[in-house]
Write a protein that binds this ligand. Structure first.
Ligand code: ZN
Length: 239
């Protein structure tokens, strides 16, 4: 078993490119993507196209659905809403159709892939606390669940007795335990580390990986396209 899980690219092509190159250097072929191709960043078309060409599983997230008009965008903050409306204008019809074909969750080989949470994926809940995890472990029975959405990577293990254990970097899977893994965000990390984030699974090892990329280039593209300053600045702060 060897594969990569990536999530929340958010139109940041330079971060995506750096992550895909890192995955390529590690000779990993299978890449599973958990949604939010677009929103926030300057290169929505390039990201949708590159993801479609390279990933075996492709999911949709709340920003993708926002752009497609499939979810109410009034609950997004003003910056997210601004870029969703901007993305609607620049995304090609072909790429909109592509995004529209991505489901919200997918099961494969005793694994569940979802953008938000196993419980009511279309409601875009966040999984922040151990209590959130406890609830969500009841909504799937696979050994592994990969999700994104909060842009904060973690691994939570549920041991057979029911106890939950959190890992920030890596862990080795145990028989009988089940796992929820947040793959973090390729294009807009929010855990204080601005490097692009993704997950590698190799046999029993689950590992959160960080990849540096040229943040300044992305920030310059965003300024040229008049995207909000706050979104430009947060990239270098990883928040
Ligand atoms: Zn996101």
């Amino acid at each position: 078993m060897l594969f990569a899980v990536i999530s929340d690219v958010h139109s940041n092509f330079d971060a995506l490119d750096a992550v895909l190159k890192d995955i390529g250097r590690k000779k990993i072929i299978d890449i599973f993507f958990l949604g939010d191709s677009v929103g926030y960043g300057p290169d929505p078309n390039e990201c949708v196209e590159m993801l479609s060409e390279t990933c075996q599983i492709l999911l949709a997230g709340n920003h993708d659905w926002g752009v497609l008009g499939l979810t109410n965008i009034s609950y997004f903050n003003e910056y997210a809403r601004f870029t969703i409306e901007w993305t609607r204008k620049v995304l090609t019809e072909k790429n909109k159709n592509m995004l529209e074909s991505f489901p919200l969750k997918k099961e494969f080989n005793d694994m569940l892939f979802v953008h938000s949470t196993p419980k009511e994926p279309e409601e875009w809940h966040y999984l922040f606390t151990l209590w959130d995890a406890e609830i969500n472990f009841r909504y799937f029975d696979n050994k592994l669940c990969f999700l994104g959405h909060s842009h904060q990577p973690f691994i939570i293990e549920r041991v057979p007795s029911g106890e939950l254990v959190t890992y920030r970097g890596k862990t080795r899977m145990k028989d009988g335990s089940r796992y929820i893994v947040n793959a973090g965000s390729v294009g807009q990390p929010r855990d204080g580390d601005p490097r692009a984030c993704y997950v590698i699974v190799e046999d029993k090892d689950i590992q959160i990986n960080r990849v540096p990329y040229d943040i300044e280039t992305v920030q310059n593209k965003m300024r040229k396209k008049n995207l909000p300053d706050l979104l430009v600045e947060r990239l270098s702060e990883g928040r």
